[in-house]
Design a protein around this ligand. Structure first.
Ligand code: MLT
Length: 334
């Protein structure tokens, strides 16, 4: 019996299970964390705002943690495919997801998520927050925000609006524009706003409401035309672009990203990840990059895992109620 138990402990799986039975596994594993490269899932295509923020953070966090952070783009279904992938990963801290308010909005828009949004994720920390920018291809007739909204209303379904799948920020922004104007616009779904932006620059699609992170560089290099920002104030990096209210149709939308691990990830691993995230957010070089694209870190009081958990729970409730009130369901989200 004792010999059998010893043999059991000699195998790798048996050793871990045996230690867990003795209550020793979690602290030992967490102490060695991370013991291999960390996968950072981006639930949208490469080149989009989630990808840009993930690569900036991942590189910095990897240096702090002494292990490479490898970005993996798992796009599809408005960011829910990447979320599903995280939920099925081992809960040891070596797989992390970057996501934004679409993670909180998804339960109101998808009936078959395959996970419970309120319990499936362990919040690691809040990353950045900023506005969206409503922009058009250069060939679109309106030359400014004031002219854009009446034009969009008059064009209605003749106007193509790109987004990153149902529930993505770009989609929710398109829905807000539609509702404000009281018309249906022609939505075109992509696997992320990276490819959607390429098509806006190329003129294959008319309009995209994208996060400032990837919209600002294209606007500054005159590849697309900005009509309005969705924040109450103008953006410092786009001083000539009006707020949507100034442009005559108020679209109020602020996005935010956070990092998540699967539920059940040991607290010590979550704390190390949060520490590495905080180190990145303290770095003036990272903050400079954020500022250059019109996004910001959260106030330091909100850098804890607890603050992220609180915000996430509040956003799930908020988006559930808001989308219900707007009459948006899994059946009619397009
Ligand atoms: C992306 O990275 O493609 C975006 O975060 C998608 C979106 O939500 O608009």
């Amino acid at each position: 019996m004792i010999a059998h138990f010893r043999r059991f402990l000699m195998t790798r799986r048996g050793a871990l299970t045996g230690l867990a039975l003795l209550g020793l596994a979690t602290p030992a594993l967490a102490q060695n964390f991370p013991s291999k490269p960390i996968t950072l899932i981006v639930p949208f295509a490469a080149g989009g705002p989630s990808d840009v923020i993930a690569r900036l953070l991942g590189e910095h966090m990897g240096r702090t943690l002494g292990q490479q952070v490898v970005v993996e783009n798992i796009a599809g279904a408005g960011g829910t495919a990447g979320a599903k992938r995280l939920v099925s990963a081992e809960a040891d801290g070596h797989t992390v997801l970057i996501h934004h308010l679409a993670l909180a909005a998804a339960p109101a828009l998808y009936s078959n998520l395959g996970y419970d949004t309120s319990t499936a994720f362990a919040p690691v920390g809040l990353v950045n927050t900023g506005p969206m920018v409503i922009a058009g291809k250069l060939a679109l007739p309106p030359v400014d925000g004031k002219a854009f909204f009446p034009y969009a209303k008059q064009q209605a379904e003749k106007l193509t609006v790109a987004h990153a799948g149902v529930g993505s920020n770009a989609h929710l922004c398109a829905v807000l524009i539609s509702q404000a104007l009281g018309v249906k616009l022609a939505q075109v779904a992509y696997r992320g706003t990276g490819p959607a932006m390429n098509d806006l620059v190329g003129g294959q699609v008319d309009v995209l409401c994208d996060q400032s992170t990837t919209a600002v560089p294209q606007i500054q290099s005159d590849k697309i035309r900005a009509y309005a920002v969705t924040s109450p104030e103008r953006l410092g990096v786009l001083p000539n672009v009006p707020t949507s209210r100034e442009a005559g149709t108020e679209i109020d939308m602020t996005i935010w990203h956070g990092l998540y691990a699967p539920k059940g990830t040991p607290a010590a691993a979550l704390d190390k990840l949060n520490g590495a995230l905080q180190a990145a957010l303290k770095d003036p070089a990272v903050l400079e990059r954020f500022k250059a694209v019109g996004t910001s870190a959260f106030p330091t009081a909100e850098w804890t895992r607890e603050a992220h958990g609180k915000r996430f729970a509040a956003e799930v409730a908020k988006w559930g109620a808001a989308l219900k009130a707007a009459g948006l369901t899994p059946q009619n989200a397009n």
